[in-house]
Design a protein around this ligand. Structure first.
Ligand SMILES: Cc1ncc(COP(=O)(O)O)c(C=O)c1O
Length: 350
């Protein structure tokens, strides 16, 4: 694998180190595919709610158990889950939500879709995670919420964020879309805040086709989110608070999950922990091979921070290397390897 001189680089005409064979992703077991097929054959592909679909019940119960018994609402996307989490917590026009400038755009657009205003804290330059100490100076009388993102599968410092939220009476919505299975001090991400939204689109750690879910410890947040998530909401479901009925069919969205994705979710969840363990072991190999690199470094995590490694983030020292990040990326790509600048610049500068 090792190349002896820079003139050997594929970018400069040398032989590439080789093409990386990436297996099909997401991988679905034969049992999963059989179950999905059966749902189609049985004509059960409509997911109007728990009372209509045992597949949705099964998926939501499995996710709820994974998150220590929190209420779970399945959705058609991570974006929908995050927006419904905000809506369920009554975040609306004019409210300010403190969040991170370094994330996928959906972490921000869900705030704008509620008519609320994203306010950007700063990030740790090594991990790209929201830096809790940059949050308090942004708090004012309009601030209602904090929305941290567990970017690349790394857990944000939730105890610090929850302490700030408690002190200022703010709610916290976690974006765990890239971080299924990550933990901070032994607690799973998604289990710290007032609600959390997760993406389960086909590129994620818990991958289906296009799907998501929200979890919340608060029953009223679950019901309000379920009302806004589809027409008629879950008003036919057991336990529906009748007082909310007048709101059941107003200006709502269609963010419901199909039973096909519900089956995928249930079955994919069964192998999630094993897959995350595998990623953690792979990361240790990579750390070993990069240990003598002068220009590239991996973040060092404390023993209580357990990332799930959806994406491996690295820092490139362009000053030491004497070439730009983009040239470095071109060189990596020319070798047949995969690397990218995740978002080239912070969201507020777009
Ligand atoms: C951090 C983050 N938040 C939100 C989303 C939105 O999820 P979805 O694409 O399922 O709407 C994604 C992924 O796409 C994401 O990576």
């Amino acid at each position: 694998m090792k190349k002896s001189a820079s003139s050997d680089l594929a970018l400069l005409g040398g032989q590439p180190v080789g093409k990386i064979e990436t297996p099909p992703f997401p991988f679905f077991t034969a049992r999963t595919l059989k179950r999905v097929n059966q749902v189609l054959v049985d004509g059960k592909a409509i997911g109007l709610g728990r009372s209509h679909s045992p597949e949705l019940v099964e998926a939501e119960e499995a996710i709820s158990a994974y998150h220590g018994g929190l209420h779970c609402l399945s959705t058609s996307s991570g974006h929908g889950a995050l927006q419904m989490a905000l809506a369920g917590l009554d975040i609306g026009p004019g409210d300010e939500v403190i969040t991170t400038p370094y994330t996928w755009g959906a972490s921000i657009s869900c705030i704008l879709h509620q008519g609320a205003i994203p306010v950007f804290a700063d990030v740790d330059p090594i991990t790209g995670l929201i830096d809790p100490k940059t949050i308090p100076p942004l708090i004012n009388r309009r601030t209602r919420a904090i929305l941290p993102v567990h970017i690349f599968g790394q857990p944000a410092n939730m105890p610090a964020i929850m302490t700030i939220a408690k002190k200022h009476n703010l709610v916290v919505i976690e974006d765990g879309s890239q971080a299924h299975g990550a933990t901070f001090k032994g607690k799973r991400v998604g289990n710290f805040g007032d609600a959390a939204g997760f993406s389960c689109m086909g590129g994620k750690l818990l991958a289906t086709t296009e799907a998501g879910y929200l979890v919340t410890p608060k029953e009223d947040v679950y019901w309000k989110a379920s009302l806004l998530c589809q027409h008629m909401g879950r008003s036919p479901d057991k336990g529906f608070p009748k007082g909310l009925l007048p709101y059941a069919d107003s200006l709502v969205y269609t963010y419901r999950m199909t039973p096909l994705n519900a089956v995928l979710l249930t079955e994919q969840l069964k192998k999630l922990d094993k897959e995350v363990d595998h990623r953690r072991r792979n990361l240790e190999h990579l750390r070993h091979y990069l240990s003598d690199s002068r220009f590239v470094s991996l973040p060092k995590y404390k023993a209580h921070e357990k990332p799930a490694f959806h994406i491996v983030t690295m820092n490139f020292n362009h000053q030491k290397a004497g070439i730009s990040r983009d040239t470095f990326l071109e060189a990596i790509k020319a070798e047949g390897l995969l690397a990218m600048a995740y978002i080239p610049s912070p969201i507020p500068s777009w």
